[in-house]
Every structure is written in C-alpha cells, then in structure tokens.
Design a protein around this ligand. Structure first.
Ligand code: ATP
Ligand code: MG
Length: 373
C-alpha cells in the first residue's frame, strides 16, 4: 500500500444512503445525482474537498474542510465525519492513539468494527477485540460493550480505513428532482410547506403556486420558498404568486358574498385546483401537492375535499392527510419552516359558518352559472 496513501491521514465524510430500496439501473442514476448534490452543497457552503467517491452503499468525501451539516442534502440517510487512513492494520493500531485522550476522559468505551472489504484480516470481531485490548492497556479505561460512554467506530473499506465517533441522521429519501415535477399549492400556513418538503424528500421538484391576500403574505411565502430552496441542492424552486381575488372573479364574488357565503372555502379550493392543474400542464408537472389534513378545518371533510377536487384533473398528493397536528408541527420546526409560518400576515378570513358537507352537484351548478366551472 506504500505510495498510495500519500497525504494520509486526512479528514473525510462517510455518507450513507438507503441502498436497499435501490434496484438495478436506478442505483447508478441515484448515486450520480446524490454525488452531484453533495458536490453542489459542499461548494455552496464553502467546504473544499479533494474527491468524492461512490462505493457500494457509501459515498466517501475525501480531504474535506470543516464540518458540513449534510442533513440539508436529501437522499442522505446518515453521515459521519471521519479520519481516513491507509488500509493497513499496523497503521490502524498506531492511529487509534489519536483517540486516547478522549477515551481516557470517558468512563468506558468500546470499538465497533464494520468490514465492508471482507478480504481484510483480522475480521471485525478480531479488530474489535485486539484494538479494544490495546486501547484499554494504554488508557486504563475499561471496555464496556453495552451502552459505552465512548464508541470508536472502525470501517474497513476497499481502499481505506475510516475511524469515527458520531453518526448523524439525515432525512433519507431521494435527491430532489429525481422523481419529476409536481405543482405545490403553497399557503403561508404550517402544513403546505411541510407537505412540500415531504414530497421533495421523495425526489419531487416542486413548482410552487400561491394565491396571495397581501404583500405581507407574499413576502412570507417567499421566505418559505427560500427555506425549502435550501434542501433543493441548487435546483431552482419556481414560485408563481397570483392575487387571491383572481379566484373569485365577477359574479362569483357577488354570489359568495351574499347567498353562498358558507360555500366560500370549498369554492376557493376548487378554483385553486383548477389553476394548479393548468399550471401543471404548462410546466410538465404530473400532479399537485396540498397540505390537506383530514377533518382539520371545515374545508377538509371528506365531502368537501371530494367537491373541491372535482376541479383536479391530475392526481393530488397530500402527504399530511392522516398526520396529527403535533407531528406536522414537530417536522415544521425541524426543517425550519415553523417560525416563518407562524409569523402574522394578513391572510384569508374564513366565513363564520362554513358548510362542512358541500354538495358537489350544487357547487358545480353554481360555477356553471357564473361560467367558472
Ligand atoms: P396550510 O397550513 O397549508 O395553510 P391548512 O391546514 O390551514 O393548510 P387550508 O388553509 O384549508 O388548510 O388549506 C388547505 C391546502 O390548500 C393548503 O395546505 C394548501 O396546499 C392549499 N392552500 C390554501 N391556501 C392557499 C393559498 N393562499 N395559496 C395556495 N395554496 C393554498
Ligand atoms: Mg391555511
């Protein structure tokens, strides 16, 4: 191995992805996208690196500067900052000394070894036992296999060995854009940004559509877009903002203000679905995302969702449909949209007595009358 290890040891990142769900030819395309997204992210956040290499089930970023937070790269299942050394057992025993101070300061420790390259000797158990004994002797800290205070991980790769102590969970999923495009109906509320994020995590590139009541609300939705954009690895999230008043043109507005007030929310959603489907056709998007949550508000009864989606000519995806509100809020906090969503901004004022069971036939008849079906 002499000569091939020049510049070692050096800092590296081990990036893990959900390889189990990847089959056949998809695997190569997925790995290439994730590799590109990691490269974009590291560059955008000012972390220089020497190279990125894909090995089965792993991506190694070699010679990396600083400590990047890779949770923002969708498709990353977990990652670890690591020390990369030559693939040589003698070197491993020497380099383990770097961890002596931290292990001395701990109550107990263990060595956990994963051997990706099965040709390496000793095997994982052997490495754990021998290295454990060596460290115990040198530091006076005892080995403890169950819940140790300090865990030194050794990963034996095909070309190098990696030493690390932490594993940070990412959001998993797939690189943004790998699945295709959907239009996302984005309000300034808590739910739709979370729904959009969940679909991004499955590889969707969202094309955002917002109906705005005020400049304040528009500014808020732009901030939400910017936050979601941070997870998009450089792919632009287009945002279309239209005046909310456009949904209720002419006679429809008058009708809703008088006879049909309890229908307002369902008519509003119907008109939004119509506009979303039209935008989707223009953008080559294959469906629409909403933040709908069953029974949360009057317009989200099964009957009202049914009626308002009469306008939906493409599939509608609502990943939060069965979430509890606190699950959605926890996720909103985690991805950083919550603080933006709860800021006050003039939005819609729902009617006092919204109808929870709008009849679809009646709704369509009214829309026919005003020529907006
Ligand atoms: P959110 O928290 O996302 O606003 P919600 O639970 O408050 O959702 P509604 O306000 O009834 O429920 O909205 C249901 C869905 O309709 C939203 O999640 C969003 O997808 C879409 N929507 C609502 N208002 C707008 C808007 N002004 N512009 C675009 N889409 C909207
Ligand atoms: Mg809302």
């Amino acid at each position: 191995m002499s000569g091939s290890g020049r510049g070692l040891p050096r800092r590296a990142l081990i990036v893990r992805y959900g390889e189990i769900s990847l089959k056949g030819r998809n695997r190569g395309a997925f790995e290439q996208r994730l590799r590109d997204d990691l490269a974009w992210f590291l560059k955008a956040h000012g972390h220089a690196y020497a190279e990125i290499e894909v090995e089965r089930g792993r991506i190694y970023v070699r010679g990396v500067d600083g400590a990047p937070d890779l949770r923002q790269v969708l498709g990353v299942y977990s990652y670890s900052p690591a020390l990369e050394i030559e693939r040589d057992y003698g070197r491993l025993q020497e380099e383990a000394a770097r961890f002596f101070p931290a292990i001395r300061a701990s109550r107990d420790f263990r060595v956990s070894c994963q051997r990706i390259a099965k040709d390496f000797r000793p095997d994982s158990m052997g490495v754990e036992r021998e290295l454990g004994t060596l460290i115990e002797k040198n530091t006076g800290t005892p080995v403890r296999l169950q819940e140790p205070a300090f865990e030194l991980h050794v990963e034996i790769g095909h070309r190098r060995i990696y030493l690390f102590t932490e594993k940070t969970r990412g959001f998993g999923g797939f690189p943004v854009g790998s699945a295709g495009r959907l239009v996302s109906l984005l309000s300034g509320g808590i739910d739709s940004p979370v729904a959009t994020f969940l679909m991004m995590k499955r590889g969707v590139l969202p094309v955002l559509l917002h109906f705005s009541h005020s400049d304040e609300e528009t500014a808020k939705v732009r901030r939400l877009r910017d936050r979601l954009q941070e997870y998009a690895a450089g792919h632009e999230l287009p945002l279309t903002v239209l005046p909310h008043a456009d949904l209720f043109q002419g006679r429809l507005g008058d009708l809703l203000a008088t006879r049909l007030e309890p229908y307002v929310c369902v008519v509003c959603k119907y008109r939004m679905h119509k506009a979303a489907a039209e935008l989707a056709m223009r953008e080559g998007a294959l469906g629409v995302i909403t933040g709908d949550n069953l029974a949360q508000v009057a317009s989200q009864t099964l009957k009202n969702l049914y009626a308002s989606r009469a306008a939906a000519t493409l599939p509608v995806y609502s990943p939060l449909i069965a979430f509890e509100k606190n699950e959605t809020m926890a996720l909103a906090r985690e991805i950083g949209t919550y603080e933006i969503s709860v800021a006050p901004a003039a939005g819609c004022t729902p009617p006092r007595n919204p109808k929870t069971g709008v009849d679809e036939a009646r709704l369509l008849k009214v829309l026919d009358e005003v020529g907006l079906r």
